[in-house]
Design a protein around this ligand. Structure first.
Ligand SMILES: NC(=O)c1ccc[n+]([C@@H]2O[C@H](COP(=O)([O-])OP(=O)(O)OC[C@H]3O[C@@H](n4cnc5c(N)ncnc54)[C@H](OP(=O)(O)O)[C@@H]3O)[C@@H](O)[C@H]2O)c1
Length: 322
């Protein structure tokens, strides 16, 4: 596989890095409109950003369909949201690192008998050591990238037929850690030394690349897809890692982080505000439009990754309308 390092180095712009640093200090735009009676699908609503975002949408009248891996936490969430806000909070249990679960839950979404107004792909994991899923894929890639890819792909025709819906993927400025671009010949980290930052950066870059193709396929349909960085906020992320990482997170990193309330406000604005009508294929730092790093803008790699992903997941056999 050819490397594109030289191309990316030429394309890097210092102005984008300075813009990111400036944008990291900004507060999100706020949206005061309600979302009464709308249906919001959100993954990973049992903690951190997903939990606060689910509460935000419920407080504005939206009914929720959460996709979580933990039954007990989901039931607690359902009871809390339904009693506090008087909306519905259904849930489906799925381990989003398991392809069978991802396919099952996607099929269930396709068969829902009410329109889906918004999908927020939020579930995520940060691992310092490489882990393989039961399907033999690197776990961070599956939870961040393959799960949102499969769901979006299988929902394409259904969403298009609705003529109106938004998809938001919770990405990260961390995509910039994949500074040399995606290694399509090693998406599973078999040939290189694994690092948490690099694998996370690659998975978030893959997600941004998939957005390029999804935005093309959704063009003119009334359905939009965007990706956002939710801020550097204090959540439960990284709990799967060892005691040293957890100590540093608790005693050092967490002290510098903001509240996930800003992420929820940004996700509400991006999901509801009329300002975003028709806006698609964009990356936002909270609610500020930003240019991703060059490897995440590479249309040629985006198309190759698309084909590779169809092969990896077995989706190649599943035809969608163009
Ligand atoms: N925190 C930040 O500063 C930051 C910055 C940039 C981007 N992000 C992104 O924000 C998103 C949310 O992260 P967070 O910081 O809120 O972390 P978090 O508190 O750890 O929440 C992650 C959520 O994802 C769920 N999840 C993890 N693995 C899953 C799996 N295999 N199947 C189904 N659900 C799964 C978790 O479920 P459980 O409750 O069962 O664990 C939890 O609900 C992620 O995509 C992350 O990359 C966060």
């Amino acid at each position: 596989m050819r490397r594109k390092t030289a191309q990316y180095i030429r394309e890097y712009k210092w102005s984008n890095i300075f813009a990111m640093i400036r944008n990291n200090r900004k507060d999100p735009e706020l949206c005061v409109d309600d979302f009464k009676g709308k249906i919001v699908v959100i993954t990973g609503a049992t903690s951190g950003i997903g939990y606060i975002t689910a509460r935000k949408y419920a407080s504005k009248g939206a009914n929720l369909l959460a996709i979580n891996r933990n039954e007990e936490k989901s039931e607690k969430l359902r009871r809390e949201i339904e009693s506090e806000f008087g909306v519905r909070c259904d849930y489906k249990i799925a381990d989003l690192s398991n392809l069978k679960d991802i396919f099952r839950v996607s099929k269930e979404l396709v068969e829902l008998d009410a329109p889906i107004d918004l999908i927020i792909h939020n579930a995520g994991v940060y691992l310092t050591k490489r882990e393989l899923t039961t399907d033999g894929f690197e776990k961070v890639l599956v939870v961040h990238y393959l799960s949102s890819f499969i769901m979006n792909y299988l929902l394409l025709d259904r969403l298009k037929s609705q003529k109106n819906a938004r998809i938001i993927m919770v990405g990260s400025e961390g995509h910039r850690f994949a500074a040399w671009g995606l290694r399509l010949d090693d998406l599973n980290w078999q040939k290189r030394k694994y690092s948490g930052l690099k694998s996370y950066g690659s998975a978030k870059t893959a997600q941004l690349l998939s957005m390029i193709v999804f935005a093309d396929k959704l063009k003119g349909s009334g359905v939009t897809i965007n990706t956002m960085h939710p801020g550097a906020v204090k959540t439960d992320t990284g709990q799967e890692n060892g005691p040293v990482y957890r100590w540093f997170k608790r005693n050092i990193f967490d002290k510098t982080l903001k509240s996930p309330e800003i992420s929820a406000e940004a996700l509400y604005y991006l999901g509801v505000s009329k300002e975003l009508d028709g806006v698609t294929g964009k990356f936002f730092n909270l609610t500020t439009l930003e240019e991703p790093a060059p490897p995440a803008l590479d249309r040629e790699v985006a198309c190759e990754l698309w084909e590779e992903t169809l092969k990896m997941t077995g989706l190649k056999e599943h035809k969608i309308k163009d």
